[in-house]
Design a protein around this ligand. Structure first.
Ligand SMILES: Nc1ncnc2c1ncn2[C@@H]1O[C@H](COP(=O)(O)OP(=O)(O)OP(=O)(O)O)[C@@H](O)[C@H]1O
Ligand SMILES: Cc1cn([C@H]2C[C@H](O)[C@@H](COP(=O)(O)O)O2)c(=O)[nH]c1=O
Length: 209
């Protein structure tokens, strides 16, 4: 088996983190060599950048600074964790990646998807995911989950108004049209066990390709 880079994308509260953990455990129990990680973060430097980006006090952050910080954290995470894991033929499950930058900074913030893509191409060189699983849910429903969750801190991006989160959803819709073979959707508006099963099947199909 060769390594695979599989990313989880979607709006706030869609269930990416919850389902990633479940599927990771299942794959591990089957004896597969799998790594779970997240963006921004996953390694020390990127977690430090995450704190700066998501700090609710950093309201003066310029949109381009925000885009560059995500790209910088992505580069370090890729160099230090993702690429070495793929070189060891691991299956890497990553909670968010470049599509988040394209949908949030490129589309919702209005920086332009092409501009944000170009700074990210510098960061990732040519490493795009083999498979991206899109957690399909209405922005409002996802946000309700975030605000209802007991252990979930509300961050600076969560606090954007509903129109921003609806634009994020529109941005993802454009990305799904642009990359129909890479980005596959699951219905995230159903009980976690059913979502996890759909995600697991997509991953197995990818691993069997
Ligand atoms: N299918 C589901 N149905 C109902 N609640 C869910 C479901 N999946 C996750 N949740 C709950 O919704 C909240 C958000 O889930 P989670 O953190 O996994 O989402 P996320 O997509 O990673 O969000 P974010 O990107 O904002 O961090 C949590 O409280 C979680 O327990
Ligand atoms: C990678 C990435 C993330 N974001 C946003 C999306 C979320 O609002 C936060 C991350 O928080 P999560 O609880 O880990 O989902 O950051 C973004 O705007 N651009 C990106 O590239």
């Amino acid at each position: 088996m060769t390594g695979r880079f599989i990313t989880f994308e979607g709006p706030e509260g869609a269930g990416k983190t919850t389902i990633l953990k479940e599927v990771y455990t299942r794959l591990q129990q089957e004896g597969r060599d799998v790594e779970a990680t997240r963006e921004p973060g996953g390694i020390r430097i990127a977690e430090q950048i995450r704190q700066v980006i998501l700090d609710t006090e950093n309201i003066e952050m310029d949109p381009r600074t925000e885009a560059l910080l995500y790209a910088a954290s992505r580069r370090q995470h890729l160099a230090e964790k993702v690429l070495p894991a793929l070189q060891q033929n691991k299956v890497v499950l990553c909670d968010r990646f470049i599509d988040s930058s394209l949908a949030y900074q490129g589309y919702a913030r209005g920086l332009g998807m092409e501009e944000v893509l170009s700074i990210n191409l510098f960061a990732i060189e040519d490493l795009m995911p083999d498979l991206t699983i899109y957690f399909d849910i209405e922005a409002e429903k996802g946000l309700k989950r975030v605000y209802a969750g007991e252990n979930r801190e509300v961050n600076r991006l969560d606090q954007e108004d509903l129109s921003f989160h609806k634009k994020v959803q529109e941005g993802y819709a454009l990305l799904k049209k642009r990359y129909p073979e890479r980005i596959l959707s699951v219905n995230a508006d159903q009980p976690p066990a059913l979502v996890a099963e759909e995600v697991y099947q997509l991953i197995i199909d990818e691993l069997n390709r």
